[in-house]
Design a protein around this ligand. Sequence first.
Ligand SMILES: Cc1ncc(COP(=O)(O)O)c(C=O)c1O
Length: 431
Amino acid sequence: MSADEISKARNNFADRNPQSRKYFDEARKFLPGGHTRTVLTHAPFPLVFVSGEASTLKDSDGHVYIDMIGDYTAGLLGHSEHRVIDAVTAVLKTNVSVGGIHPAEARLAKLMCDRFALERVRFTNSGTEANLMAITTAMQATGRSKILVFHGGYHGGILYFASGAAPWNAPYDFVIAPYNDEVETLKLIRVNASSLAAVIIEPMLGSGGCVPADPKFVDAVFSAAREVGAVIVADEVMTSRHGSCGMFNLLGVQADITTFGKYIGGGFSFGAFGGRADLMDQFDTSPEANRDKVISHAGTFNNNISSMTAGCVVLGEVFTADVAIAHTARGDEFRKSVATVLARHKLPVSVSGFGSMMCLHALTEAPRSAVDVAKRDSVLQELLFFGLLERGIYIAPRGMINLSLPLTDDQLAIVLDGLDDTLKSVADYQG
Ligand SMILES: Cc1ncc(COP(=O)(O)O)c(C=O)c1O
C-alpha cells in the first residue's frame, strides 16, 4: 500500500459525493477556497451538511454520519438540544438585538463566575477575541509587552503556533516555549522576567493534537510565571468541558485569567474571559469605581441575546457540573476502548487526549509535544480519515474526536467496530 492509495481514497470520496462537489465548485467562485473556516477543508473537497439530529449529520448526498467531531468541541450538545433551541426561540420573540443591556448577560456572568471560580467575567464573540482581550488585560496591568506561548498551541486564527508563530499572527512580541519541557520553559520565563506580561497556556494542546500537559510541567510553569509577575492566562476555550470546572482545576491550579468559548454558546458564537477582580476591574467604567484609567472593551455582539440566553441554559440546565464530570469519565472510558482496538493491529496508530476530547495519530506512540505530532505519517493519517468516513463515521481530517452528549452507547460501539474495520483495510500499509 502506498500514496497511490490516497488517490484511490480521494477518488472514491469524490464519486460518492457529487452534490458536495457541486456546491463546493460553486462556492469557490465567491469564497476563496470555497469556505470561511480553514480547519474544515481537506482534499479533494469537504462534505456539505444539510441537517443534523442529536449526534448524527446528513450530507447533501443523503449520507448520514455519526458525528464524532462535535464541531471541534463547540457542538458538545449535539444538533437538537431542545432546551437551548426553545429558550432562544422564546427570547427572540421578545427581541432580537437590544443595543443595550439584557438580563441574560449578568445571569450568564453569575453562572460562569460560580462554576469556574472567576471573580469577574466579560463576553466576546469568539475564543480568539477572548484571548486577545486577555492578553490586552495582562499587558495593561503589567505595563509589559512579551507574551509567552507554546509551540503547538492554538489560541485563535491570529494566535496560531502549530509550527512556531504563524506569519499572519497578531503582532505581539511572542516568546515561544516547548510544551511539556519544564527546563526550557522555565529558562525562557526567567530570561524574559522583567518584560513578560503573560504566559498563555492550554492544559492540553487541543488543535495541536490533544496532547495533555504533564501536571509537573503545569505546576512549574505556574510557579515560575508568578515569581516573575507575569499574568497566567489559561486557555480553556476547548477544555472547560472537563471535570466540574475545567481541566486546570483537575490539575490543581487556578490561573489569573481564564478564557472560554465553544460549547458554552450552545451552538451560537461565544467567547469569554474572566478571573481576578484586580485585573478585570480595569474594565470597570462605573462612577463608583472612579478609576483614572479604564480599558474600553467594545464589541457590538458581545452581549448578543442568542448567545447569552443559550449560555444560561447550557451551564444552568444542560451541562451542569455533574453532567460534566460524567462526560469526562465517559470520554476516558471510550479513549481506553479506542486504545484496545488499536492494540489489536500492528499499525503505527495511537490515541491521545483527555476526557471527551481525543485524537488519532499515525504514530506508534501518543505524542507529548508538537514536535512529535509533526512526525505523523500523513498518508496513513488520511487513509484513516477516509476509511472512517466510508463507514459513516465523521472525525476531523487531522484525527480529532470530541464526544457530544447525545452520542449513544450503540453509536460508540459502531465507531469502535468501524475503526477496527478501517485498520483491517489498511493492514498492509508499509509507510
Ligand atoms: C484552545 C483554543 N483557544 C481559542 C480558540 C479560538 O476560538 P474561536 O474559534 O471561537 O475564535 C480555539 C478554537 O479552536 C481553541 O481551540
